[in-house]
Design a protein around this ligand. Structure first.
Ligand SMILES: [Mg+2]
Length: 164
């Protein structure tokens, strides 16, 4: 067992119903295989991404033990959300719909002007209280560090920390 798995299991054991885990999608539970890159803006692109089973198994394990599971993922535009929702329905059907947060970062109507590395912090704040035990799993180190800068009580985790 890796250190991070042990830490999360212990958190769930000692803080029942207070553990909330925010999982990124691209590069965390879905593969970012580069040969798909040219199709990034084509509808269907995100839906065809390969699920990373090792990570999804951890998501489900912690969820079944009582952790509250969230998806916290960026996309560029609104239409890409449908792809991601479809992918989640197929590959992570244990996640509650109300816990799925997908942020279309380049959609003008959202008027997001803030630095990318700070955006996720606002959403985590909205869905938690500071006495929760909160983990954020994301492959983007800049985003992890930016989020922790805003929410110092946050536990940040890289998906490779789950690999032995
Ligand atoms: Mg990512």
């Amino acid at each position: 067992m890796t250190d991070i798995e042990g830490r999360i299991l212990e958190s769930i054991e000692t803080n029942k119903n207070k553990v909330r885990i925010f999982w990124d999608m691209d590069g965390t539970c879905t593969s970012m295989e580069m040969q798909n890159k040219e199709h990034k803006l084509e509808p269907g692109f995100f839906y065809t991404k390969r699920p990373i089973k090792t990570i999804i198994n951890f998501m489900k394990k912690f969820n079944d033990l009582g952790a509250d599971t969230f998806i916290l993922s960026f996309c560029s535009y609104n239409y890409q959300k449908d792809d991601k929702l479809r992918w989640l329905k197929e590959n992570c059907d244990f996640i509650k719909e109300e816990n799925i947060i997908i942020i279309p970062r380049k959609e003008k109507s959202l008027n997001i002007t803030e630095d990318k590395k700070y955006i996720k912090a606002h959403f985590i704040e909205k869905y938690t209280s500071p006495d929760d035990i909160i983990y954020m799993v994301d492959d983007n180190e800049t985003v992890l560090l930016g989020t922790k800068e805003k929410l110092p009580y946050l536990n940040i985790v890289s998906p490779i920390d789950f690999i032995e």
